[in-house]
Every structure is written in C-alpha cells, then in structure tokens.
Design a protein around this ligand. Structure first.
Ligand SMILES: Cc1ncc(COP(=O)(O)O)c(C=O)c1O
Length: 318
C-alpha cells in the first residue's frame, strides 16, 4: 500500500535532492577546471596563470606564444626575420610556477631583483628540473649588487647595462669568475625620458656600446633594451619609444660597422608586445599575461606605480 509522505518527510526529501544537485554541480565545475571529461573550462572560469598544477598557466603561455608568432608574421620584410624570444617574467612568482612554465616548454625567464633571482635560480627544485633554463636580469642593477648577480646559476643575459661604469664593473666581475663564455649584455636606453625609468640617454648609446665592444672583453654586446612609455595610443601611430630604439640600432650599426642582425631589440611587455614585435622587437618580456597579477606586497612603490600604468595601457590593447 502506498503511503503519501507527510509534509515534514516531503520537506526532508526536497532538501536532500537540492543538496545532491548542488554537489553534482560542484563536481562538474571542479572537473571542468581541471580540463576533465567535460573539456576546458568556460571563458568566465578561466584564470590567466593559475596555481601550479592547474591548466591556466599552460594555456596562458600557449596563447602568448601564438600571439608572438602571429605578430612576427605581420612584420614588414625589411626587418630581421628572427623568431622573437619570449622571456617569461617570473618576478614575485614562486619557483613552482617557473617549473610549471618550463614543463610547458618555456626556457627563458626574467627577474628584476638580484636577490630574488639568486634565490630562484639556486632553488634546488629548479636546478634539478630545469637544466636548460636561461635567466635574464631585467631590473635596475646597482654596482654593489654586481658580484651577487655574477654568482647566479644559469645567468644568460643582463639586459640593463645603463652606464660605462656599470659595464666596467660587470666586465671585471665576470673576468674574475673565469667563465669560458662572455656574458651577453644589452644596453638599456631611456627612450621616453621619464624619470621613473632607468637607462642611458639615447645620445649616449653609441659611445657606451663602443666602450663595451672595445674595453670590456668579458662582455658580449647583443642588443638594446627599452621599457617605453606606458599606455601609448596606437591610433596616434607607432610607439615613438620603439621607433627610437629601432633608429638607434640603425645609427649604431652604421657608426660601429655592425650588422643589423647582430643587434637585438628588447622591447614589449604584456600591454604592448604584439605592437613591439610588429615594429622590430626580437625579445619580449612578458609577466602578468602568463603568470597572473603580481603580489604587490613584495614590491616597491615605484614598481607598483609602473605596474598600474602598464595595466591601464593593457586595457587598450586587449
Ligand atoms: C623591465 C620589465 N620588463 C617586463 C616586465 C613584465 O611586465 P608585464 O607583467 O606587464 O608583462 C616587467 C615587470 O615588472 C619589467 O620590470
């Protein structure tokens, strides 16, 4: 005989069913986030540069790599047809994220602070899991930090030489280290003239490069680097900072009899890397678009301000 449930029983049955349905939805969401049987997560749930072990970082890296390649394909023929190098800027990000990016195929990484670079590059897990890693130093280098920088394992390039004195100091430290290879260096130029940016005056570029080429036998000059002004409105034409770096390279090559192909241009960050490549960048430094927002708690006020400005610009491009 069927007994119709009383009101209280009906209430409990309904509550139970609702709770099962909520649990099922939660399980589906977790599966989606892991890229499980229901495929990649829907747009709104994707995170750029998620935690280690989640698919966000790999997807972000792949998307950036594709955008780099597409921008390179749009370059005019007269620019050197080199594949631009992607330097993943891991500043403030944990070693696990570096390893995860490495597992996804990334090899070049950039850091702004000597101490942070030294700690990350010496991290036992990074040393054992990332044998082909190449570290770029992309921050302002003070002379008292040169000896520390020189000890960084797998240091591949110093992108921020901004004076003859600094070049001399790095040269003699590298010489003392007795490495068989010269250290690759770029000369940083302050193309925007902004006080918050480091770098040489554009007019001092040729003399500084000539000094490195003739007086610093332990250094190998490989290119010019700039940060450029943030938030440039592309509807007004190409970014004048990038154009200035391109024309400085031309002047340099003519005056010092160097080939254009031998001088790289490091320009372009999350907000403007596609444009930078289209006008000639061969080395883009990209952080937040790969790894997600940086942890501001660990950063200086100047750095924080630069990041905020960069983000304003990013909104225009995306
Ligand atoms: C010199 C330099 N290049 C590139 C980056 C990466 O910037 P973004 O996170 O906007 O890609 C930074 C970040 O601090 C930087 O200082």
């Amino acid at each position: 005989m069927y007994l119709f449930p009383d009101r209280l029983t009906r209430f409990f049955i309904r509550a139970r069913c609702q709770s099962w349905s909520r649990a099922k939805t939660r399980r589906r969401m977790v599966e989606r986030r892991r890229g499980g049987k229901e495929g990649p997560p829907p747009r709104g749930m994707r995170r750029i540069g998620g935690m280690a072990g989640e698919p966000g970082l790999g997807l972000a890296l792949r998307a950036v790599t594709e955008r780099v390649q597409q921008a390179a394909a749009r370059r005019p023929q007269d620019l050197p047809a080199v594949q631009p190098r992607l330097v993943a800027v891991s500043k403030t990000k944990p070693a696990d994220m570096v390893i995860e990016a490495y597992i996804h195929g990334q090899r070049s990484f950039g850091e702004n602070y000597v101490q942070e670079l030294l700690e990350k590059a010496s991290n036992a897990k990074i040393l054992s899991s990332c044998p082909e890693i190449k570290w770029h130093f992309i921050g302002h280098l003070q002379k008292h930090n040169v000896n520390k920088l020189i000890t960084v394992p797998n240091l591949f390039m110093l992108e921020t030489v901004d004076s003859v004195k600094l070049a001399d100091r790095v040269n003699s430290s590298w010489q003392k280290k007795g490495s068989p290879e010269r250290l690759k260096v770029m000369v940083q130029v302050n193309t925007s003239g902004e006080e918050s940016k480091h770098g040489l005056l554009p007019a001092d570029t040729v003399a500084t490069v000539e000094h490195i080429n003739t007086k610093c036998p332990s250094l190998e000059f490989v290119g010019l680097m700039t940060i450029g002004s943030f938030g440039h409105d592309l509807s007004q034409g190409p970014n004048p900072d990038f154009q200035m770096l391109v024309s400085l390279r031309k002047e340099l090559c003519e005056k010092l009899n160097m080939s254009t192909d031998s001088v790289e241009l490091s320009m372009g960050m999350s907000m403007d890397f596609q444009h930078a490549i289209e006008v000639g960048s061969t080395n883009v430094r990209i952080g937040s678009t790969i790894f997600g927002e940086r942890d501001y708690a660990k950063k200086s006020a100047v750095d924080k301000a630069m990041d905020m400005k960069a983000k304003e610009g990013m909104a225009q491009e995306l």
